[in-house]
Design a protein around this ligand. Sequence first.
Ligand SMILES: *Cc1c(COP(=O)(O)O)cnc(C)c1O
Length: 230
Amino acid sequence: MNTIVQHLTEVHDRIAAAAGACGRREHDIQLLAVSKTKPVADIEAAYAAGQRQFGENYVQEAVDKIMALKTRCPEISWHLIGPLQSNKSRLVAEHFDWVQTVDRLKIAQRLSDQRPVHMRPLNICLQVNVSGEASKSGLAPDEVESLAEQVSALPGLCLRGLMTIPEDTGDEQRLGTQLLELKQLFDRMAEKHPQLDTLSMGMSNDLELAVACGSTLVRVGTAIFGSRNP
Ligand SMILES: *Cc1c(COP(=O)(O)O)cnc(C)c1O
């Protein structure tokens, strides 16, 4: 077995164990393989092992990979998980399946307008800044509801859920508090928007905690593909 395949197995085992430990079903938690900075050969190796959802951070790098893999890996669902500038929105609307980093109406409107009519609506997660750090992008929790209303009305988009990148802290309790805050916000929103099914949180180092806090999609890079070159 090559390393990537072995790592994928290990990550699935971690998800299964974390789910079991809190009485959840393994299949309620999806794995997004974060392939930023990694070559297409790595993505193909993961695809051959059954992985179908991939996350990228940089628009141009991602579009190059999407084009390169279009015929070889036709079942990939591509998620943008990095920041999105307005001038790149058309490329994103034309090539991605998901954008997890929407945090303002202007970007949402552009993505909706620019989504080609022959494609399915672009799936959207609103990015929420749960730690309140000034340097972080994302909505404040009390801004989420009103943007959710507005995004739901856009024809080229399908609002699917919430995403967060929590504080980079070794303090598990602090991290858990932030993740649970997002879970509670998600549950409140899902009452009004029944199509919401995605709570995107958890990475290589904290996926167990994120699963315990209700994550439905963990975004894992390093634990699958190894460390990234800067
Ligand atoms: C890079 C990245 C990840 C993956 O992080 P790892 O620690 O390598 O698993 C997840 N989410 C976002 C938003 C990222 O930018």
